[in-house]
Design a protein around this ligand. Structure first.
Ligand SMILES: Cc1cc2nc3c(=O)[nH]c(=O)nc-3n(C[C@H](O)[C@H](O)[C@H](O)COP(=O)(O)OP(=O)(O)OC[C@H]3O[C@@H](n4cnc5c(N)ncnc54)[C@H](O)[C@@H]3O)c2cc1C
Length: 76
């Protein structure tokens, strides 16, 4: 008697690309995908809002009083 399992059906993904996490990295990945002409993607975020660490951490009154280029992200 054969006990070989029948092959499972291959499910077609709903999206071409899935980005896990809507922190700065996930948002930047989405921007890059759009710039590359790829619109068939989804960003999956477990938190209630986007922003990742930058959304979760709050420092009331904190500010930057000097020119700061470290947080700039290249658009090229
Ligand atoms: C207090 C603090 C200050 C910082 N200051 C700076 C700064 O001034 N400049 C700087 O460049 N960087 C700073 N950073 C570093 C900062 O964490 C990173 O720059 C940035 O947040 C990294 O982005 P990320 O998208 O890779 O990760 P994260 O911001 O951590 O985002 C990851 C996201 O993925 C989600 N996620 C994780 N696992 C899953 C899952 N299984 N399913 C669904 N969603 C998931 C999380 O909920 C989160 O929203 C700071 C970090 C902290 C904690």
């Amino acid at each position: 008697m054969s006990t070989a399992a029948s092959p499972r059906p291959v499910e077609r993904p709903e999206f071409e690309v899935a980005i896990i996490g809507a922190g700065p990295g996930g948002i930047a990945a989405g921007v890059k995908l759009k710039m590359a002409g790829i619109d068939d993607f989804v960003v999956l975020e477990r938190a209630g809002e986007v922003g990742g660490s930058w959304h979760e951490n709050h420092y009331p009154g904190l500010g930057v009083d000097i020119p700061c280029y470290a947080n700039g992200r290249s658009r090229t």
